[in-house]
Design a protein around this ligand. Structure first.
Ligand SMILES: [Zn+2]
Length: 278
């Protein structure tokens, strides 16, 4: 299975979580020339596990099982890197985001440090197969969870769950060396949810003692863009957690802060489920 839904199959409150970047199941056809450790570059390590206890509150959590470097579900399926493609021509829908320049379009071409992931180009058939096996089921599942909750409650709040490096690297928009806040909330400059949703998340986190920034440097990408329509009661918010709160980035292992953060995220989701059902 390339995706997994933790918790209830349908939301018991108008709240849905998804974690697109925490998968660690390496598909046998990856054919990368760098190590599995290196291929976990850009992974939002343990983010699904951080939110797992919150699913017991009746809130479903969709989690990608495949690695982000294999295919990034937080991209449009037409965001194809032509430089990685055998023949350089993509016959299906083409919707470039500009991330191909960094080697980080739908299918990553390079690691964060610029090293190539493959010793060859990928065929059109290989790229289509990854879209059909990973991107399509992920997006079908997130749409279905949101649609069902919206049909039942007349509105739905979607939290798109991520984590970020403690300090920006050379490819980051905020400039190498920038030290990040504990949380960054992204509503694409107020376009993907009502302002009250961003505010309640910010206030709950601030009360817990966290430093929170909004849309700086992360505004939210494809998953909050594609499924939000605030005027129709469809609200999406990207939540980036600073990795220093729960893990050692160099070894990619959890540290002692993991449990406290997990407890606080469970409280956050509990409060939000109550708030969303108000
Ligand atoms: Zn992410």
């Amino acid at each position: 299975m390339t995706i997994r839904i933790h918790g209830p199959a349908t939301a018991r409150a108008p709240l849905v979580l998804d974690s697109p970047h925490s998968g660690t199941d390496f598909p046998p056809d990856f054919d990368a020339v760098v190590s599995e450790f290196d291929l976990r570059d850009g992974e939002d390590c343990f983010v699904d596990e951080l939110y797992l206890p919150a699913t017991e509150l009746g809130v479903p959590l969709l989690a990608a099982q495949f690695p982000r470097t294999y295919l990034d579900p937080n991209r449009h399926h037409g965001d194809i890197d032509l430089e990685l493609l055998d023949g350089g021509h993509w016959p299906d829908e083409y919707r470039p985001s500009g991330k191909a320049r960094l080697g980080q379009a739908l299918i990553w071409r390079t690691l964060g440090d610029g090293r190539p992931i493959y010793a060859r180009k990928l065929t059109v058939a290989e790229v289509r197969s990854r879209i059909e096996r990973c991107h399509a089921p992920y997006h079908r599942a997130v749409r279905q969870l949101l649609d069902e909750a919206h049909a039942r409650f007349g509105r739905v709040y979607h939290i798109n769950c991520h984590s970020m490096s403690a300090v920006a690297n050379a490819q980051s928009d905020d400039g190498a060396g920038t030290v990040r806040a504990d949380f960054v909330l992204g509503d694409r400059d107020g376009t993907t949810c009502e302002a009250a949703f961003t505010q309640v998340v910010r206030d709950l986190l601030t009360t817990m003692g966290y430093a929170v920034k909004i849309n700086e440097p992360y505004k939210g990408v494809e998953l909050v863009r594609a499924y939000s329509a605030p005027a129709q009661g469809r609200h999406g918010l990207q939540v980036e957690i600073n990795k220093r709160l729960y893990m050692d980035e160099a070894t990619r292992s959890k540290h002692a802060g993991f449990t406290e953060l997990q407890t606080n995220l469970t409280r956050l989701v509990a409060e939000l489920a109550r708030w969303a059902a108000r």
